[in-house]
Design a binder for this molecule. Structure first.
Ligand code: 1HN
Length: 343
């Protein structure tokens, strides 16, 4: 693969024209671009969205646009590598910061992409999925897998903000992205039953004939995640990472997206392997710095940052830090090409 391939401008103009009029194109001038040697050449660049600068702009959206006119009031975290206004943060990850004000309702709909809600701040918000009300508190993860109806509401007194993480770019690329609107769901007389059903790791409800639902747990409260991380770290005296999994199968919580909670005690540095996935990180709490492909990102509480595929990374916690990482690893593993390489 070292030989120089022919370029487009070596071809006679009349031939190029003839190809174009027949909707044809020569492969060889584009082959190296399509298949770079040894590793992909990502378009995605490192992104960093400090919450302190994002929040005032999001609150302004709350003044400018009522939720009725927005359906979802969101500022998209747009990949600097793709130019202004890209509706994605990486090749596969859509990230958006959503604002819901007290008493507002974001109407019910269902769509093909899957979503993760990571609650950033505010009390009293909730999401209803398949009729079940799921409370949203800071740090909580709430899933709305593709094909499940969902709407949001807010019973508290202050703005609620959460980070939406979707596999939307993938569905757009597949020409498979669409939604249907519907009436607000009737709410079941119970709130997030999964907290009782999966109260302890290794224990699941007994079932005789009935099969477990495909998505048995849609909410992962931060209080439980934090205590599990602290307990694990206490056994080793170092950092800890926990993957969010389906409690019935042990597999990733969504078909395309993998979620990991990370605890880095003050002073810890992590240097993970290079991974073939792009990634997004949200700072649930703490402060520190990451160096991603040579770029230093100084992050603090509630910031979000992103990394392209095969990025070299170190994360250093200045204060005790909790991060949530999202990757498209489950998708890549299904396609059979997920890879890790030493730094
Ligand atoms: C969506 O369904 C929500 O339900 C938020 O809150 C953001 C961005 C793109 C496509 C669907 C929501 C979204 C979205």
């Amino acid at each position: 693969m070292t030989e120089i391939l022919g370029t487009l401008d070596e071809l006679p103009e009349d031939y190029r024209q003839a190809l174009a009029t027949q909707s044809l194109a020569p492969l060889w001038p584009n082959l190296r671009e399509l298949l770079p040697a040894g590793a992909p050449k990502p378009v995605t660049q490192v992104g960093h969205w400090p919450y302190a600068t994002l929040l005032p702009l999001l609150l302004r959206a709350g003044e400018l646009t009522p939720v009725e006119k927005a359906e979802r009031r969101v500022l998209v975290l747009s990949d600097p590598g793709r130019g202004d206004g890209a509706m994605q943060a990486t090749s596969t990850l859509y990230l958006g910061m959503q604002l819901l004000l007290p008493n507002e309702v974001a109407p019910s709909h269902v769509h093909t992409p899957s979503a993760v809600r990571l609650v950033v701040e505010g009390e009293g918000g909730y999401t209803v999925v398949r009729g079940e009300k799921l409370p949203m508190e800071p740090g909580d993860i709430v899933l709305t897998p593709g094909g499940l109806w969902h709407d949001h509401g807010h019973e508290g007194d202050d703005p609620v903000v959460w980070l939406d993480i979707l596999d939307l770019p993938l569905f757009v690329y597949l020409e498979g992205s669409y939604a249907n609107p519907g009436p607000l769901q009737d709410q079941l007389p119970r709130v997030d039953t999964s907290q009782a059903e999966y109260a302890a790791a290794g224990l699941v409800p007994s079932r005789t004939c009935q099969q477990a639902p495909v998505y048995p747990q849609l909410r992962f409260p931060w209080s439980r995640t934090e205590s599990a991380l602290r307990a694990l770290a206490a056994t080793t005296g170092t950092s800890a990472e926990l993957d969010y999994v389906n409690p019935e199968t042990g597999l990733d919580v969504l078909p395309t997206l993998g979620l990991t909670a990370m605890y880095l005690p003050a002073g810890t540095t992590l240097a993970p392997p290079l991974r073939s996935t792009s990634a997004a990180f949200h700072v649930v709490g703490g402060a520190g710095a990451s160096v991603i492909n040579g770029r230093e990102v100084n992050w603090t509480d509630k910031d979000t940052f992103s990394a392209p595929v095969f990025a070299s990374m170190t994360h250093t916690a200045v204060t005790d830090t909790f991060l949530i990482r999202v990757e498209d690893r489950p998708l890549q593993q299904k396609l059979g090409f997920y890879e890790e390489r030493p730094q």
